[in-house]
Every structure is written in C-alpha cells, then in structure tokens.
Design a protein around this ligand. Structure first.
Ligand code: SAM
Ligand code: SF4
Length: 350
C-alpha cells in the first residue's frame, strides 16, 4: 500500500514553489525536519545498510564542508525547518562534529531556535558527548540491534558491542532526553531478543524503537516475505507486557505503546507495512550535497553547483522549494514497479 497523505494542514497545496513561507508540498505537508548526512563512512558494516566490501565511498572532495552545511541549514531554518537531525554513515566520524553541532545550534529559525539532534551507532560517544552537549546537541538516537556479542559481530561485521554499550551508558548519564534506542528487527537474527532489548532500554531510562527493515541495503538483498512486520513485533512484546497505544503521534515515524500502563514506552517504525508518508515532514541532505524529498527517491536536487558556483541564498531556497514541490504522496515499496534507490542507507542518511 502506498502511504497517502492523511491530514493536509493547509488549504493551498501548491504554495511550495514560491519564495518565502514554509516548505509545503502539493499534498499540504509542511516540512519541519531536515536530516543532514555528514558522511557516508562508518565504523560498522551493518548487513542491512552497507556491504562488507565493494562499497564505493564518496570522494572526500565531494563531501560538504562545515560552511556549506551551515549555508544550507540557515536557508532551511528561514523556511521553517525546526529540527536538524545529524546522521550518516556515522556522524561521529566527522572530525569537526562538535563545530557542526555548535554552528547549527546557533541558527535562529523563523519559529525560534532550531533543535540539533543526532542518530549514531554510539561508538566514540563517551569521548565527545560532553563537548556535543556544550555545543548545543539536544537529543540522541542510538542504534543497537542485539545485546549478544557474537551476533553483534556477525551483524555489523565488527566486534564492537562494548563500544556501543559504553556510548549508550554515556548518553543515559548525560541527561539528554528522551534517549531513544533503535533496532532493525530481523528474522532469525534478533527477533528472539525483542523483549530483552526493551528491558535493556528501560534499565537505561530509554525508549526502545523497532524498525521494519526497508529495501535500502547496498547489497539489494531485502525480501518482503522475510522481513519482520509491525504486527509480529507487537505480538512478541504482548506476551510480556500489556501494550496501550500512546495517542498524539503527529508526524513522528514511530507509533508508541505504554508498557503495562507506563511510564515506559516502546515504539515501532513500520515504514513498510503501515507507512506514515501522509504525515511526513522530512527532507534529506546527503553528505555530497544532494537534496532528497524521500528515503526512497530515485531523483535528487543538486546543491553543489549552487554552493560551489557562486549561488546565493535565494538559489538555495529555490532548490529546497523545487525539491519539496516534487515530493510524491508515498514511497510505493509495495508497488510492483518499486525501484530501490541506487544509494544504500549509509549514503542517503537514515
Ligand atoms: N550510523 C548511525 C546509526 O546506525 O544510527 C546513523 C546512520 S543509520 C543509516 C540510521 C538508522 O538507519 C539506524 O537506526 C539504522 O538502523 C537504520 N537503517 C539502516 N539501514 C536500514 C534498513 N535497510 N532498514 C531500516 N532501517 C535501516
Ligand atoms: Fe553504519 Fe549506521 Fe549503516 Fe550500521 S546502520 S552500517 S552503523 S550507517
């Protein structure tokens, strides 16, 4: 099923091509969230994201520098973007990560200060987190698919579970809240660990979120029949807890449930079996300066000629609006003609 827009919020849907005002697409979706991929490099090689070898990485010269990212972010904030989510690849591999956070966190948007948040695998967090917090980082999502060392090593092709656990401990102690932990649920890989992962998250005062695996692996091995669905995840958790839906999801990707009446919750991001495209408020900027209006876009809007060819603020604004104006109603994963994007998740920015 294609996710159709469910709740248009403005009356004049064709407004987004015009300069000024918020970024509104043809279906009335107002864009507030820009996901900025800082690099396609990573310290892990998760099977659902990157291949072990043979992944052609971006040339370093093509990766946007701090000034270029800041220019785009300033224009995006003026157009109503309120949250910058730093991602990758692994964002903590950027040497200038603290400065990236500092510069972006000091941008004032049309609706007040922006929020800078990050999705990370947690490796390196213990050493950089105090500086990130001082620089203005507001929240963290950390990915952890398994608590078992052998599985972790097989799944990520790196024996670094202890580093990720140390990162989660540092995040839990930092006071940044809410802390969210993400796991891609995979059949015969970690689907017997769903309860354990929730209990681990609760012990760290974090919210566990399970993600349905999407066709974004560089190896193109995704299989609709084998993926673990939202309903299967809920069935497994229901054996341990009474799950009570949390209302008021808004544009958030995760549906949430209270565990045994709360206060702890669990989330499920069911991009495949229960798409939430109708409420999508997200845009993406790849590390090499391509704007994307969807994870699954097969077309991109190239900011590089603007950023490196003497373009100004209005040129960036125009490209942002063109990108939003061409956003489709949904990702169409289940359509027979669905085409997986050429880039893997590490190069798009999750
Ligand atoms: N390296 C960081 C990390 O792992 O959190 C940030 C980038 S990663 C691409 C962002 C998120 O995308 C992670 O939570 C990861 O689990 C998720 N992800 C990657 N490939 C995926 C896929 N094929 N399906 C679903 N989620 C995926
Ligand atoms: Fe790296 Fe994150 Fe992709 Fe895993 S999911 S390979 S940690 S970018």
């Amino acid at each position: 099923m294609v996710g159709m827009p469910r709740s248009p919020r403005v009356a004049a849907p064709e407004a987004s091509d015009a300069p000024g005002g918020p970024l509104v697409d043809r279906f009335g979706r107002v864009h507030r969230d820009l996901r900025i991929s800082l690099t396609d490099r990573c310290s892990l090689r998760c099977t659902y994201c990157m291949p072990e070898q043979g992944n052609e990485l971006l040339a370093r010269v093509s990766i946007l520098d701090l000034d270029e990212i800041e220019r785009v972010a300033q224009v995006a904030a003026a157009a109503g973007i309120t949250t910058f989510r730093l991602t990758g690849g692994e964002p903590l591999l950027r040497r200038d990560i603290v400065e990236v956070v500092r510069r972006l966190a000091s941008i004032a948007g049309s609706d007040g200060p922006v929020q800078v948040v990050m999705t990370t695998n947690g490796i390196r967090l213990p050493e950089v987190l105090p500086d990130l917090v001082s620089a203005g980082l507001r929240r963290l999502n950390i990915s952890i698919d398994t608590l078992r060392r052998d599985r972790f090593a097989a799944l990520t092709r790196r024996d670094r579970l202890d580093d990720v656990l140390a990162g989660i401990a540092a995040a839990a102690a930092s006071g940044l809240a809410p802390l969210k932990l993400n796991a891609v649920a995979m059949r015969d890989v970690n689907d017997d660990e769903l309860v354990d992962l929730v209990e681990f998250a609760v012990a760290h005062s974090a919210q566990m979120r399970f993600i349905e695996q999407m066709p974004l692996d560089a190896g193109h091995t995704w299989d609709r029949q084998r993926m673990v669905t939202r309903d299967e995840i809920l069935a497994a958790l229901s054996k341990r807890w009474a799950l009570e839906p949390v209302p008021g999801r808004g544009g958030a990707p995760a549906e949430r449930w209270r565990l045994d009446g709360g206060p702890h919750t669990v989330g499920v991001i069911a991009s495949v079996t229960a798409p939430f495209c109708g409420d999508c408020d997200r845009l993406r900027l790849t590390a090499d300066g391509q704007l994307r209006n969807c994870l699954f876009s097969t077309s991109e809007f190239d900011l590089v000629p603007v950023l490196r060819g003497g373009g100004d603020t209005s040129d960036i604004d125009e490209l942002l609006r063109s990108c939003v104006a061409r956003k489709l109603p949904g990702h169409a994963i289940d359509d027979p003609g669905f085409l997986q994007p050429a880039r893997g998740m590490n190069a798009i920015g999750g």
